[in-house]
Design a protein around this ligand. Sequence first.
Ligand SMILES: NC(=O)c1ccc[n+]([C@@H]2O[C@H](COP(=O)([O-])OP(=O)(O)OC[C@H]3O[C@@H](n4cnc5c(N)ncnc54)[C@H](OP(=O)(O)O)[C@@H]3O)[C@@H](O)[C@H]2O)c1
Length: 264
Amino acid sequence: MSTAPGPRPSTVGNPLDLFRLDGRTVVVTGASSGLGERFARVVHAVGANVVVAARRAERLAQLVEALPGSVAVAVDLSLEDDRERLVAAACERFGHVDVLVNNAGISPPHVESMVDTTEALWDKVMDVNLKGPFFLTAEIGRRMAARGGGSVVNISTTSALMAQPEIAAYCISKAALNAMTRCFARELGPQGVRVNAISCGVIKTAMGDHTLNDPQRYADMMKINPLKRVGYPEEVAATALYLASDASSYSTGIILQVDGGVLA
Ligand SMILES: NC(=O)c1ccc[n+]([C@@H]2O[C@H](COP(=O)([O-])OP(=O)(O)OC[C@H]3O[C@@H](n4cnc5c(N)ncnc54)[C@H](OP(=O)(O)O)[C@@H]3O)[C@@H](O)[C@H]2O)c1
């Protein structure tokens, strides 16, 4: 079977083979902790060459030690030079990128009132959650299109759809990430590049703990959660693998909910 991701899987035998990523190169941003670290481990387990990116170099170094053949690139994805360095490092080591997981993100401190959002806070959130993924997708998507295929997975949130004025900049950045997902899906689909997103509910990571450690916020969340529990990184990683791989070959522009059913 060809290792290049085409617009359609070349063989359909064992359906589980559709989830394999043997020989494909996967870039995972925000892989120094939480969801990104789990994604990196999962795609490595199904045969991918993995490139992990984030700012904390030491954590990345520990991760690549556990994932033979993988590469760490310490970058601040809000910076153009760093994004260029990431793409160059991935292409230099593996020749090209088949899958990009735009997972790096920040959730800012809560503001008393939305009208108090400072421009500095706005810029910081938009730079990491939106500008970084946009320009990384543009650069890598252009290369994927030239090769005739690829998959981009953006990590979004239910906060994009549920108004939370205390973290308005975060909500807005992720709502824009959803729009970005659909725009790139239309733009790059004809060249075989699929672009999808995962809309996460509260997941047990450092970021999720912000909600989980606040009894009132946790109780409010449980009221609207039919599954009555938090999600775990492996549950999001399984969905990311589905979207990254040929298992989802006929899907693009979708925002898949992994949120315990809060929007049901
Ligand atoms: N956990 C949840 O409940 C939840 C819910 C909905 C959506 N999400 C989304 O899931 C994604 C992952 O979050 P998480 O829950 O796994 O939290 P996390 O453990 O805090 O992970 C965030 C990751 O983003 C990286 N990052 C932040 N700023 C960066 C920058 N400027 N450049 C490069 N990397 C940067 C961090 O690495 P460094 O600090 O090393 O740079 C870290 O690896 C985020 O996009 C988040 O919005 C999470």
